[in-house]
Each structure stands twice: as C-alpha cells, then as structure tokens.
Design a protein around this ligand. Structure first.
Ligand code: CTP
Ligand code: CA
Length: 226
C-alpha cells in the first residue's frame, strides 16, 4: 500500500460524511446546540477527495467553507440530518459520522416567539432524536460504518461499547476533556477501534489525522470485502 499513489487509495469509493453540530429549535428565534466546529468532518471530506473518493458531506451549521469537489447537503436539525442521510446513503460504500448530533430535541417547541413571564422560570421537555449512525449500520445493505466518540472520561470503554451497541466497523475516540484538542480546536488525537484491533493516531493537525484515519478506514474496508 505504501507505493500506491496518493490519489488512487480511495478512487471509485463513495463516502458520506456527517459534520458539525445540529440545532434544535426552542421557538422560531432560539435553539439548543453544541460547540462542534465541523473542522474534523470537513478535514476528512477534504482528505477523502484528495485520496480519490467521491464525497457527500451532510453538514450542520458551521462557519467554515466546504472543500472543493464535495457535494454538500446543508441541514439544521438532527431530524433533517437523519432524513438527508437516509435518503442518500444507499449509493455509498463508506459512512463516517463526525457530526455532533443533538441527542434530544425540544418536545414542545413553540411556533411563535416565546414571551417571558413575570417571575416564572422556564421548563422545556425533550424527546430523543433518531440515532443516525446506528440506523445506517442497521441497514440490510449497510456501508462500512465509522463512528466518532467524544468522551470526557473512560474513553476507550465507552467507545468500545458504542462500537458494539451500534454494530459499527470502526470508532474513533477522542478525549474532549484535554485542553486544546477536539471540539473547536485545529488539533486532535484519536484512538481508532475495530472489533479486533486498536490503533493510536497521536496528536496532530486535523488535516493530517484525517489522512491517516482514512488510510485505516481503507485498510479495514478492504478486509470486509474479502
Ligand atoms: N450519532 C448519530 N446520531 C445521533 C447521535 C450520535 O449519528 N442521534 C453519532 C455521532 O455522529 C458519533 C456517534 O454517533 O459518530 C457517537 O456519538 P456520541 O454522542 O458519542 O454517542 P451517543 O450514542 O449519542 O451516546 P452518548 O451521547 O450518551 O455518549
Ligand atoms: Ca450523543
């Protein structure tokens, strides 16, 4: 594999990547979201194109420009991301779930801008969003599925349990409690876990991690095609 030219590694492969946060409406002018910048997912999309893949990027709202030669589908909420992924995933070989999908949405979102009451607090109730990654992995003709696990404690154990529970081919775990890594940062470090193996991708720029992650994805994907 070392001698294969960079452009050939993923040529002919169709890869779908989710990236960024989702926004869950409280009312027409307010939402709940998270600190995901989309940088890791966008870096993977860019690297995948450079390695010759055809890339679909399903992205929540972010402040960065998509890489060239990527088909972008912009979404806002988790439900919209789920719908966009499920309607198009059939034509893809590999699915990489990088998005920080909101686990819950507001159950009783208001159709009109909410007014404040004099002295009362505010209680919102939530219901769970569909698990996009788990739904893709459960398809009869599931692509090779890669999840991410952002954890602040017991990273490897939680990541392994997600790999098994969601029936994934691979999960990339990152410790978001480490200052300067992960969420919103330009750097990251990953432990990549498959049902049989564990790889460490040491701290590096998200751009260089993306290429190295895709090399592992390609290697493991080929194993499943034997
Ligand atoms: N994911 C997804 N759809 C969701 C929630 C998560 O596709 N509704 C994906 C993420 O993109 C990520 C993986 O699942 O690749 C793991 O997300 P994470 O939040 O770490 O795991 P959860 O299963 O949501 O568990 P928890 O938040 O309780 O740790
Ligand atoms: Ca979650």
């Amino acid at each position: 594999a070392q001698n294969i030219s960079k452009n050939a590694l993923l040529s002919g492969k169709r890869i779908m990547i989710t990236a960024g946060p989702t926004r869950e409406a409280i009312d027409p002018v307010r939402y709940i979201s998270n600190h995901s910048s989309g940088k890791m997912g966008y870096a993977i999309a860019k690297a995948a194109v450079e390695l010759g893949a055809k890339v679909t990027l399903v992205s929540g709202p972010v402040n960065i420009l998509p890489p060239e030669n990527v088909e972008v589908e912009s979404v806002v909420s988790a439900q919209q991301m789920y719908d966009a992924v499920m309607s198009d995933i059939g034509s893809h070989d590999i699915f990489i779930a990088c998005a920080a999908v909101a686990d819950y949405r507001v159950d009783n979102a208001s159709n009109h801008k909410m007014k404040k009451n004099k002295d009362d607090g505010l209680t919102l109730s939530f219901i769970q969003n569909p698990d996009i990654l788990k739904s893709v992995a459960a398809l009869d003709t599931a692509p090779f599925t890669v999840g991410f696990a952002a954890e602040t404690q017991d990273m490897i154990e939680y990541a392994k349990s997600k790999l098994i529970r969601k029936k994934l081919n691979m999960i990339a775990a990152n410790d978001v409690s480490k200052p300067g890594l992960g969420f919103n940062s330009d750097k990251n470090a990953l432990i990549v876990i498959t049902p049989e193996k564990e790889y460490e991708l040491a701290q590096a720029s998200k751009d260089s991690l993306a290429v190295n992650l895709l090399r592992l994805v390609e290697r493991e994907y080929q194993e499943t095609q034997k």
